[in-house]
Design a protein around this ligand. Structure first.
Ligand code: ADP
Length: 402
């Protein structure tokens, strides 16, 4: 029997998974022990379940109609389907534990933790800190606890990597009473940053021991200021809205704009939330799309699209300047996630505006998506490293089961 760990990364309507063989030779970053991975999309409407083996061969591809549209129970069906599939189609696998990406750990959950009913209740109580994301990230754990109460489950937090930020980077200049209520800067994308920190330790110890900006640039995007492999600052703060301009989120915004929306436009919290989370960023400014590939295709003919791309790069460079200030210098810059790993045009535009910090891009290496994309005389070494949050989850589960 092969012992395995299942890593789950749930959103409100999707559930990504990766199944890993447990092997004594596993290292924190070894990706070679993946048995299968895939996703269920359209949860609550028309779930579509796809799984592939380690070589990319499709193992399953099926859809069905959901009956629990829009309810927290919408994850029960997909979770049961996934577990049944693991049991039936991968009969040689003995599941030792399941790890969940949980968006918010609040002030107290600063390392992975075994999920018990009490832990689940405590994590549910953090919903006001991440109202759009926390319920979705806990739903599979709740479903699985009902279906397989004996199966160990571990919560792995996106916030936890940033608990090393000094108090000054966690603070907000609000009345002290807010900090006591937990209203402070947390930071997110921690599972991705932890993976990259481990990669740097293995492949680039000079950067792991130095001052790096790691840029997780996907649909959601943030920067992490890493000193000796630890987070000392990050651009997302209390919520996943802060910092960089994103696919549909606004990033850093003068809070006066929210007061304007409340007073002058009569918008309520839900309407403002929709503007800031879903209608802003690349989509809002371009007016056409939140997908970088689409935007590049249209930029030459549509001034709103080129303005959106210009702002995306401008904001990135501003926030990178802030992270460099927190680090008091810069040795490395690492790009990761969908845009960071694939978009040579955006990387080139960003690096051109970071020359003042000592960044020199190797244009050929950049277009080739090479791992090192800076010139040999660049003061700042620039790398492209694909992220793998599921591998971090696997590691956390193994730590908790040990
Ligand atoms: P998430 O996991 O947060 O949904 P991803 O890390 O998958 O996001 O990133 C999604 C973003 O990556 C989208 O904006 C998409 O346009 C962009 N992206 C993916 N592939 C490419 C590519 N080849 N060139 C440019 N952008 C890309």
């Amino acid at each position: 029997m092969t012992k395995a760990v299942l890593a789950l990364n749930a959103g409100s309507s999707s559930l990504k998974f990766a199944l890993f063989r447990i092997d004594p030779t596993n290292t924190p970053t070894s990706p070679s022990h993946r048995i299968a991975s895939g996703e269920v999309e359209g949860i609550g409407t028309h779930p579509h379940f796809r799984a592939r083996d380690a070589d990319g061969k499709v193992l399953v591809d099926e859809s069905w109609d959901a009956h629990e549209a829009g309810t927290p129970d919408a994850h029960h069906g997909p979770m049961a389907t996934l577990m049944e599939w693991v049991g039936e189609h991968l009969g040689h696998v003995e599941l030792m534990g399941v790890g969940h990406r949980v968006v918010h750990g609040g002030p107290d959950f600063i390392r992975p933790v075994r999920i018990t009913p009490d832990v689940l209740a405590a994590l549910t109580a953090l919903t006001p800190f991440a109202p759009l994301h926390q319920p979705g990230s806990l739903a599979p754990a709740r479903a699985l606890m009902a279906q397989r109460p004996d199966l160990p489950q571990v919560a792995c937090f996106d916030t936890a990597f940033h608990h090393t930020m000094p108090p000054v980077a966690q603070a907000q200049a609000l009345p002290r009473s807010y900090a006591a209520k937990g209203v402070r800067r947390y930071g997110f994308h921690g599972l991705s940053y932890e993976y990259i920190a481990n990669c740097l330790r293995a492949r680039a110890p000079h950067l792991a021991g130095g001052r790096c900006i790691v840029a997780h640039v996907g649909s959601g995007a943030s920067l992490c200021a890493m000193h000796e492999g630890h987070s000392i600052d990050t651009t997302m703060g209390f919520s996943v809205l802060d910092g960089l301009m994103m696919g549909t989120r606004c990033g850093h915004l003068d809070p006066g704009v929210i007061l304007y929306m409340l007073r002058e436009e009569g918008l309520d919290a839900a309407a403002i939330e929709k503007v800031l989370y879903h209608d802003s960023g690349l989509l809002g400014v371009s007016g056409v799309s939140n997908d970088m590939r689409d935007l590049h295709a249209r930029a030459a003919h549509d001034p709103a699209v080129s303005a959106a791309l210009e702002l995306f790069v401008y904001r990135f460079v501003q926030e990178a300047g802030m992270m460099a200030a927190s680090l008091q210098g810069l040795d490395g810059l690492v790009f990761t996630a969908g845009i960071g790993e694939n978009d040579a045009i955006v990387r080139a535009a960003i690096c051109a505006r970071l020359q003042w910090l000592g960044v020199r891009l190797d244009a050929v290496a950049n277009i080739a998506n090479s791992e090192i994309i800076s010139t040999s005389d660049s003061k700042v070494e620039v790398r492209v490293i694909p992220t793998d949050e599921e591998t971090t989850i696997r590691r956390h589960v193994m730590m908790c089961l040990a």
